[in-house]
Design a protein around this ligand. Structure first.
Ligand SMILES: NC(=O)c1ccc[n+]([C@@H]2O[C@H](COP(=O)([O-])OP(=O)(O)OC[C@H]3O[C@@H](n4cnc5c(N)ncnc54)[C@H](O)[C@@H]3O)[C@@H](O)[C@H]2O)c1
Ligand SMILES: O=P(O)(O)OC[C@H](O)CO
Length: 320
């Protein structure tokens, strides 16, 4: 459900062995193009798509599915889930974010909209173009009930896709949501020419923020130190393949956030997560200075002033 880069890549890796996959996109013109060209020229142009993928613009076509992978932008998830038939099939949430307004994690959103469906979360270091190309990738597959997560993991594993099972749903989600905001910060470091020492510092202190926030919201430290937390943080904080990192590079160069966001066709989730995370951290009484700095930059603050404010914070002991 969702034919952006990630939904298309997941469809491809699952269908590469001939497993039938329906790929839902909201735009009928994109559905027609994918069916005709066996490519998604808008969101994942490099990947040739398996004949086993059948694109559709009709959510009713998913009613008979064995499972649904939900891959819309995080803020669109509730609305799209509301239109999906209530068929009780497992939902695997693959998006990364926190719902604006409610500050809810996406598994809570899905449970509200589909109370009859088992809910799982798939998250980890996963650039879509690499997954679609069949490059080796490991992910966290989390569900509160191990008897849900285990069979789903066995069903979606492929020679190049290795799921690790977890029962820490909140932890898997928080790692993916927070790392997007921290990736913007690391992009800022590059864009502003602050050097590699500074980037490593942002990754390490950002991980401390992720851990503080995660623990406050019920996550387990080992999950945050795993694929869906630290693993994904390292990936997205070190590559311009990341849309979040690239957005940060522009901010670091002093380009206005409004212009950078208006130019994007693809989603940089961290820009939407940052203000929600700011509110959620405040509500939980958690200090998140790096995430806060990203928030200020997205709001139009001057790069030099934001960096100066971060560096002049009172000294403290290292640790979480
Ligand atoms: N691209 C990746 O490498 C990757 C990897 C892991 C997770 N994710 C996560 O997956 C989610 C989707 O990312 P993506 O890379 O596929 O995005 P994308 O930018 O490639 O595509 C976004 C898709 O969402 C659709 N869309 C936009 N607004 C919508 C709405 N209101 N209702 C329904 N559909 C809507 C667009 O038409 C498009 O198909 C994000 O949460 C992202 O963080 C992405
Ligand atoms: O391009 P990004 O920054 O959305 O990152 C994509 C994935 O989340 C990487 O795991």
């Amino acid at each position: 459900m969702g034919a952006g880069a990630w939904g298309t890549a997941l469809a491809q890796v699952l269908a590469a062995d001939g497993t039938p996959v329906r790929l839902w996109a909201r735009d009928p013109a994109l559905v027609a193009t994918i069916a005709a060209e066996r490519r998604n020229p808008v969101y994942l142009p490099t990947a040739a798509l398996s004949e086993a993928i059948r694109p559709t613009a009709d959510l009713d076509d998913l009613a008979e599915a064995e499972m649904v992978l939900v891959v819309t932008p995080a803020q669109a998830m509730r609305g799209v889930l509301r239109q999906l038939p209530q068929a009780g099939m497992p939902l695997i949430l693959c998006s990364k974010g926190i719902e604006a307004g409610t500050m809810k994690l996406l598994h809570a959103v899905a449970a509200e909209e589909h109370p009859g469906s088992p809910i799982a979360v798939l998250s980890g270091p996963t650039f879509a173009h690499e997954v679609a190309a069949g490059l080796p990738t490991a992910v966290t597959l989390a569900a509160a009930d191990r008897d849900v997560a285990g069979p789903l993991a066995r069903r979606i594993k492929r020679p190049s896709l290795r799921p690790y099972v977890s029962t820490d749903v909140a932890g898997a989600e928080i790692g993916g949501a927070v790392k997007n905001v921290l990736a913007i910060a690391c992009g800022v470091v590059e864009g502003a020419g602050l050097g590699q020492n500074a980037r490593a510092a942002v990754i390490a202190r950002g991980f401390a923020e992720m851990t503080r926030f995660g623990l406050a919201r019920g996550a387990r430290a080992e999950t945050l130190a795993g694929l869906s937390g630290l693993g994904d943080l390292v990936l997205t904080c070190s590559s311009t393949s990341s849309r979040n990192y690239s957005l940060g590079v522009g901010l670091g160069r002093g380009e206005p956030a409004t212009a950078l966001l208006a130019d994007r066709r693809t989603v940089a989730e961290g820009a939407f997560t940052a203000p929600v995370l700011h509110d959620a951290a405040a509500a939980a009484g958690v200090d998140m200075p790096v995430a806060e700095a990203v928030c200020r930059l997205l709001g139009g603050a001057n790069v030099g002033a934001v960096i100066e404010a971060l560096l002049s914070r009172p000294l403290r002991e290292e640790g979480i």
